[in-house]
Design a binder for this molecule. Structure first.
Ligand code: RB5
Length: 155
């Protein structure tokens, strides 16, 4: 398991609320710290509003990685990827959850509460947290992602 120096940042809209709660129980069992940025009651809310504070906590160094949830995992991944410095991946298979850390240095894993069950979500989280960025040729590629961000920000 990756050594977490800082808590994980968790966030969900209503479509991902139950899955977030299931993943929290899993993190509790593993003894991993997290900060829950909501939603805390499952009431209808908008995924960009939920993604932003959790992603800001990752890019400002308060949290290490984000685990994000909505109905499909897609909307919240789109919102997360608008935040400079976030590399979010929506996953529903373990291979992608592992390799998005190893190759893309992803710092946010997004999952759909209407797509994956709690057991699979916990396996996705384990794969994501156990994997480490491989560096090497992937450094160049991830740097090119950052270059796109910088170029867009300068427009
Ligand atoms: C909310 O109904 C749903 O649209 C949202 O959770 C998510 O799936 C969007 O991508």
């Amino acid at each position: 398991m990756i050594h977490l120096e800082k808590p994980l940042a968790l966030a969900a809209d209503h479509g991902g609320f139950e899955l977030k709660e299931a993943v929290k129980a899993h993190l509790d069992e593993l003894g991993l710290a997290y900060q829950d940025f909501g939603t805390l009651d499952g009431a209808s809310c908008d995924y960009p509003d939920m993604a932003l504070p959790a992603c800001n906590a990752v890019v400002n160094g308060q949290c290490q990685l984000a685990l994000l949830f909505c109905g499909t995992g897609v909307g919240i991944s789109m919102a997360a990827n608008k935040v400079r410095g976030i590399r979010a991946c929506c996953c529903s298979d373990v291979f992608s959850a592992e390799y998005t850390r190893r190759h893309n240095d992803a710092n946010a894993l997004c999952m759909g509460g209407r797509v994956v069950g709690a057991g699979l979500a916990c396996s996705l989280v384990d794969a994501f947290l156990n994997a480490e960025f491989e560096g090497d040729r992937h450094i160049r590629r991830v740097a090119k992602l950052k270059a796109i961000e910088d170029e867009q920000a300068a427009l």
